[in-house]
Design a protein around this ligand. Sequence first.
Ligand SMILES: Cc1cc2nc3c(=O)[nH]c(=O)nc-3n(C[C@H](O)[C@H](O)[C@H](O)COP(=O)(O)O)c2cc1C
Ligand code: SF4
Length: 1422
Amino acid sequence: MSSATSSVARVAYLASDIIVDSQPTLPSTSQFAKEYSSLSATSSRRPTILSVPLGGDPGSTLLRNGSAAGLISFTSSAAAQTVIRLVLDAAELSSFPLVLHLAVKNDLSDVLLLHSAVPFFLISRTPQQAHDNSLLASRLARTEKKAVVHAFYDAKNDSVEEISESEVQPFLLSEKLASTNGVNGHNGANGHNGHSATVVSPSLELFKLYERAALSTVVRIRRACPPLSVHGSSEPHTVIFGLGDIPPVDIDGVSVVSLSLLTPLLPSRILDVIPPSASRIIILEQLHRWNTKWTPLYLELVDAIHQREVEQRPHIQSVYFSDPAQVIPLAILKLLQAAPSSAPIQLGSASASSLLSPEVPHIPKHESSYTKILSHVFGERLEVSNSPALVLKQGAIATSPEFALGRVRGQLDQRNELIRSVQKLLEVKEVSPELHKLCSQWVLVKDDDTKSRSVGNDLITALESSKSSSPIIDRILALRAHFPTRSRWIIGSDAWSYDLGASGLHHAIASGLNINILIIDTLPYTSRNSADPHRRKQDAGLYAMNHGDIYVASVAVYSSHNGPSVVLAYLPYQNEDAPALEVLKETKLAVDAGYWPLYRWDPVKEAQGKEPFALDSDAVKNDLQQFLDRQNHLSQLVRSKPELATELVSSLGENVKEARRRKAQQAYDDLVVSLDAPPLVVLYASDGGTAEKFAKRLANRGKARGLSTSIGTIDSMSIDTLSQEEYVAFVTSVAGQGEPPQNGRTLFKALNAAALRGEKPFSKLRYSVFALGDSHYWPRAEDAHYYNKPGKDLDTRLEQLGGERFADIGLGDDQDADGPDTGYKVWEPLVWKTFGVDNIEVKEAEPDPITNEHIKAASGYLRGTIAEGLEDNSTGALDPSDTQLTKFHGIYQQDDRDIRDERQAQGVEPAYSFMIRVRTPGGVCTSEQWLQMDRIADEHGNGTFKITTRATFQFHGVIKRHLKPSIQEINKVLLDTLAACGDVNRNVICSAIPSSSRLHAQVYNFSKLVSAHLLPRTTAYHEIWLDKKMVAGEAVKDFEPLYGEFYLPRKFKIAVAVPPTNDVDIFANDLGFIAIVNEQGDLAGFNVTIGGGMGVAHGNKKTYPRVADVIGFCTIEQGPIVAEKVMLTQRDNGNRADRKNARLKYTIDRMGLDVFKAEVESRLGYPLAPARPYTFDRNIDDFGWSTGDDGRHHVMLFIENGRIQDEPERDFKTGLREIAKIHKGTFRLTANQHIMISEISTEDVPEIKRILAKYKLDNLNYTGLRLSSSACVAFPTCGLAMAESERYLPVLIDKVEKICEENGLRNDSIVMRMTGCPNGCARPYVAEVAFVGKAPGSYSMLLGGGYYGQRLNKIYRETVSEPEILAILKPMIKRYALERIEGEHFGDFVIRAGYIAPTTSGKEWYDNMGGEGQYREAAAAA
Ligand SMILES: Cc1cc2nc3c(=O)[nH]c(=O)nc-3n(C[C@H](O)[C@H](O)[C@H](O)COP(=O)(O)O)c2cc1C
Ligand code: SF4
């Protein structure tokens, strides 16, 4: 025996990746949830299960999570509240792989609202049908990526033949069967005989998809599941179309059609079951509360019948029933005997139908205490706008906040009309003096609580008895109900607090209407931790306060605020029988503990300059405390009402200490200003920001010493303007080989030219230079002159041009103990001495420089001023601090560095554009998504895109105006860019493994799960890019449960690898999961690795790469939580003061691996199990064709450095687009920047092969070296690039592979990588040989990495150019060919041969740099 609900829940559980389950009001739990919990004990599947409360917004939860799922299911009762919310999002949800399983109880009125909102609507009456249709719906949604509604009767006690667990996933993923030969048994569409030009209607298309899924289902379960089934007479005079729980009807001459598919319902199908003998059709539907005259089924039937000749059209009768007991043969016979009626008729007695009229919702006993208080305070004026009593007339929707808000708006509009009408009447001459007096009296008192009613009543009496009649008087009398003022309330439960931004509550708050909201929170204090964590509430009070102008009270009923107000009432009880004493006890506990603080926030007081916040209890919970601490209320208010700013800030209540401090400061300022010092100009040139930082420090300190100081870049001055200055301090660094930084180059050139001409313009100028550089950047003796060259040159040049040095040049060296600080400390006092202010003691703390940490915290959860910046047409750039924030949204601001100089010479801003990085967890995308990416690159980017080393898409050259449309189009195919960059967890990557589709599905799902689990929760992304509703005015109480407002100290990368392939370079990631497979070939769990990381800074020995350590084993279920805890341990312990030292690798080395691991385990609450054995043997991709264990085929293509573009003879972009147009499987992007076209069915292989050959995409005729290479983007778009990479590595390989070929190594794989800077995006530090850019044409060369990414390499030469690279590699490769041991890889050989020392840990990376051979001396000299 099984119930329909348990069958549906089982299929949903076994078929879905994500389930969203609608929960009834606490403390009850949904029937489905109970099933899921028992299934989790017996099943090996672990779908993610999310809950939404009744009254919450399931649509937004589905939209948020659906895009990441292979299949998402929603399970719920078909309650009106739920269905209505789904209707709102139905259009967007329609293209999700989504099944909405809705349990119906004897009424289809609500669920039918979804009938035309989604592509498919199935209905099941028996538990067996519910089971079969659940399978069909899941298959249909999964394969066609379309939403399916599955409404089913919640019937019990029927035996159900269920599909076995192991069959479900193969069934969902099995090949699509060809649909039957056309619909309706005809050949071709719509019964026509297959002309290719036939236009196929959308319904027919959908129907074909349905048929295909139904066919697959029948093949699997061996039971028919027809869309319509017919019983009874074969030559009927009457056909009954039944929809609902209809008992068998057995009457002569009557046939009964039961529907299983309601949408799409083809007219041809309907006509098929109405034989010519039928003269009458009865549509019998189980509806209690259908509001419009005709039902969807009735309209479909009328439509179908109209395709017949007029004389062949049977009469159609619509009949409703409510109780199946009413569908008795006698009642049907009566119907048949009665004359056909054109209006719908009700089956059964009126009393039976009234039984089923909607019930007035029951108000729990305790809650009525609040409503009683309200009626006591407001008496007749009280109007509960969503009163349960309205349900009788309006249906269940009447209790929703949206309904109430609409009602209030309507009433306020009518009252305004009344006021206008009374005012108009005052202008009518014929009105009697008495009536005139009453009218004017009422207008004066219309806002008075009591007088508006009494004067209004007098006025009504006078109007009624008035002899004169006019349309105005009639209208006033029609609106008489609005004479008295009302106190309008919306009362609701804390269910509204779960999704505030999307709820009707938000609209009420933002409406500005005079409306009060009472939210009753019933969760007892003692149960607060047992509440479902997924159902975590937002604080409605804080939410409202953040809006700035809402009156908020926590347990108090207050009436004088003219505008929205929110009252939060605490009424804790487990059930209605809880004794009052228990309720009191819980309340006291909550208030004393600060869990439920009593407070009032009155923005009216604020406008009067008084403190708006009053706390009525002693303790305050954390959130509120933080709100007050930060005085967020002030800043928010200032932002929304700038005119209040001054008053507010001055009314802050200065205390005496503060006043004294200011006075002292003033006295000090007066003193120093009286100094008669000349003005100081500070000019800087800086590429990376260090020189700028020192210049700003100098200027600030100058100001603090009372000097009149100004600051700018060196290029902001011309020779003319500079010659007018008296005292100038220059600060410059070096960029490139002895080159000045970008923002100093123009003046440097002009100075050189003036010197050549022998001019002496600077007779007035006194100057000093502070130069920043790195004495080790170019380590060879012959390159020593590059050290601080621009600064030194400037110093001599200015003297040559007539300037007088006021202090000797200062030299800052990155290599000094404190870096450039060491030299600066010597130089700065010389400046103060010149001005005679060296003895002034500066007491004021210098303002902290603005760091990324400040930017994050002040950003309002990643909003900043991005939205405003996008609107600003005057520049192609965003504000500098916003460019830090857009990274979290997957967007980097860049400029075309190829044309930087040219643009500067033209005096225009750099050619700004943006890089957009998509988030594709596990690197998998569909053909539809591929096509969209292809389009976006053409329409918004530079026509190409890149597959990155984090297995995702990256667009370049997107200009500001195109940013938003690009993101919206990415979103249209259910992808996003959130957290693709920034100080958060980045795209989670996983192995491409073609060999096992089951294993791939498991690790891929795991990657998606981890990605979803660690995703930032801010709504800023949707708000800014997708124009989703603005939440709560200008300030939002967003909630970042994992990240908090500071997010992580630095980026965080996660990979999942499946041995023996390490194609994701697991050890280069902050966190890694190495899949451990059991004897059956199933995923058993993961070894956990932590602390890998690549980025370093040239010459900065505090930075180094590190390979990860294996710390233990976890199960699949534990995985996401292990990821969370490792990330949180890093969040709380990472170095936030120095971004160069902030990655997890440094945290681990600082804390010690054991301490870090212990901290993770203590957060987990259990130790990790010991690591299990595993073996890796490569980190490169497996190119070419392969067949998986499910018989489907895959082909890994070689895409050099992941660049997707059309080149002469290699139209890869077009070729891949052609494949995407016909490919039914997926694309897997790899972390080595290649593409696997996967899940190709055998019959599609020839066509795919044809296209591959046509576009030369199948060419794998490359050397082992090229196939194993990879390069990052670098020039022209990457702002950090110091040298070429993607554009240069192929050229270098052309030359190196010749050496390989000469030595018989054409097919030997050597992992060679290149990056344009030491950030290491292409993971160069684990390559066997690598090149890291230092300056155009110059690289450091590294050797000795492990072949499968297990060992770091080491710097072999600090600076090499191409001729040197070739000269080094030639003999080395030759020796390798001759001397290698069987199977020895190049990285191992260079160590054994003594070229380079092995690197055993990141911290020892700099030890024993350099190597053997003819270049030893150069290395030693360095
Ligand atoms: C690409 C590049 C080239 C450099 N070349 C030199 C150089 O030739 N001579 C030198 O003394 N320092 C050189 N440096 C070191 C920088 O000048 C030094 O790190 C400085 O502090 C950077 O300042 P900035 O951040 O203001 O640009 C170079 C740095 C980079 C990134
Ligand atoms: S390694 Fe450096 S140059 Fe290359 S893409 Fe990354 S940041 Fe840019």
